[in-house]
Design a protein. Structure first.
Lengths: 264, 223
């Protein structure tokens, strides 16, 4: 039997990631991390995105509550509808919770507040599950006097870290990916903060995921061109039309993938 | 109902693999310690998300090495996924744990450049079209996109038939399929690759389930 080598030159496609935010078990969309609007049931939404072949899904609980048994039950059901990569973030503080999430069928955890409190958790998760299992999420607001600064706790807590510095610290802590979430652009559908993406992407060597502001496929392309390895969005996939009627969509033709990002 | 062993090294994404196996009409039997009695020649899946040396420690702690070795020697169909496939190798740059050593290869960390000459972003995360060349797999699957998420890869020696499919990540050539005896390792995650992954796993289960018990060695050890 002769086995021929196959040249698979196709670069890994940039991912288009669906970012869903949850509060008290319900799916919500926010603007600038405020004014949550109910958009539906998470289990049903995840099933639809899975049926539509979404590249990946990030589920973020913004309610701020601890990771308890009730939450675990719901997110188990959510995972059972996902035949795609799915990550979870929100209130994770211990390696036991992380282990539980992996058992439930998630393969990445998203850390945010935990990174600000104690970076040991990220290290522990990376040491046990590999760095591809740890995603850092960084909330950034352009402040009037100090320029862009990192926030956490759903934009409620301010730090003095410039995004670039904090991004490096997340990488050093063992995180394998970094979500750059623009507070200013959240829910605006006016496009990503491209300058921010460029700056952060140059600062780290882990994949950077753009989040906050995408309202069209053009915006997604711009995010990739600015240096993001993947683009994430929420509103664009759940709202339709100027009145923001709830309609779950996902780009089917994947035209965006055929255009190589015109980078650097 | 037909059964399939799923090995739980305590660090993997066992949940999603079991769900997929169940969906395909097989009963997953989770192995999380040294199996005492095992029905003969169940197909074995070694899923993997995790750290190489943590996984090899689990193999030792759970006393699984001997059992897996018997399965391998007895031509039991084994599917290694991602880290599960890397465990077929001798060693890894991810810690100093000893792999199963079924293939003479090492696992290395991605270091290289992308098309623009910039350092590769590690881990590699994303989808690629997997189009298995003729003879690459013992069963047929149509080309489809598969999900990859890894910082380490199997470095194949030149022109070995044990590494029938490879791909490039920037300047680095990495193995996507490793095949030795009835053990098959894939770097991607079929359990997370939508219908393409389901098709792949179904084809593997059908092939694995169709293999007749062949080795007295295994029947003795497991019987």
């Amino acid at each position: 039997m002769t086995i021929s080598y196959l040249e698979q030159e196709l670069a890994a496609r940039p991912r288009i990631i669906v970012a869903l935010t949850m509060e008290e078990g319900r799916l919500v969309r926010t603007r600038q991390f405020r004014h949550p609007v109910y958009v539906g049931d998470p289990i049903n939404a995840v099933k639809i995105f899975s049926d539509k072949g979404a590249d990946e899904l990030v589920l973020l609980d913004i309610g701020g509550g601890a990771f308890g048994p009730e939450k675990a039950r719901q997110i188990r059901e959510i995972a059972s509808e996902a035949f795609m990569p799915i990550s979870y973030g929100g209130g994770i503080r211990s390696i036991e919770e992380v282990r539980q999430l992996f058992q439930l069928g998630y393969e990445k955890v998203v850390l945010n507040t935990a990174l600000h409190e104690d970076q040991r958790l990220a290290r522990e998760v990376a040491a046990e599950f590999g760095s591809q299992a740890v995603v850092a999420s960084m909330e950034v607001l352009r402040t009037r006097w100090h320029g862009p600064r990192v926030f956490y706790g759903s934009a409620k807590k301010k730090t003095n870290h410039p995004p670039r510095d904090w991004a490096r610290r997340c990488e050093d802590a063992g995180c394998g990916e970094l979500i750059v979430n623009s507070i200013d652009r959240d829910g605006s559908m006016k496009g990503y903060d491209l300058e921010l993406l460029k700056e952060v992407a140059q600062a780290v060597s882990i994949p950077v995921i753009a989040l906050g502001g995408a309202g069209s496929l053009t915006h997604l392309r711009q995010g990739l061109a600015a240096g993001a390895s993947a683009v994430a969005a929420g509103s664009i996939f759940v709202f339709h039309g100027p009145r923001r009627a709830v309609l779950i969509t996902y780009p089917q033709n994947l035209l965006i993938h055929e255009e190589p990002p015109c980078t650097k | 109902m037909k059964k399939c062993c799923v090995i739980d090294l305590g660090i993997g994404n066992v949940g999603s693999v079991c769900r997929m196996v169940k969906r395909l009409g097989y009963q997953p039997e989770v192995v999380s310690g040294e199996p005492q009695t095992t029905e003969k020649l169940l197909p074995v899946v070694m899923p993997g998300v995790g750290h190489f040396s943590k996984a090899t420690q689990s193999l030792d702690r759970m006393n699984l090495r001997g059992w897996l070795q018997d399965c391998f020697a007895g031509n039991v169909p084994i599917l290694g996924i991602c880290l599960g496939a890397q465990l077929f190798c001798e060693q890894s740059e991810e810690g100093d744990g000893r792999g199963l050593g079924w293939v003479k290869a090492s696992v290395r960390r991605f270091r290289g450049e992308d098309r623009s000459g910039l350092p590769l972003r590690v881990p590699q995360m994303g989808w690629r079209v997997f189009a298995p060349p003729e003879g690459c797999l013992p069963f047929g699957v149509p080309p489809g996109r598969m999900y990859f998420a890894h910082s380490y890869f199997i470095e194949a020696p030149e022109n070995s038939e044990m590494f029938p499919c490879q791909a490039n990540y920037g300047s680095v050539r990495f193995t996507t399929v490793v095949r030795v005896g009835n053990a098959l390792g894939v770097q991607f995650h079929p359990e997370k690759s939508h219908r393409h992954g389901i098709t792949f796993l179904k084809a593997w289960l059908d092939w694995a389930g169709g293999l007749a018990p062949s080795s007295p060695a295994v029947s003795q050890t497991l019987g």
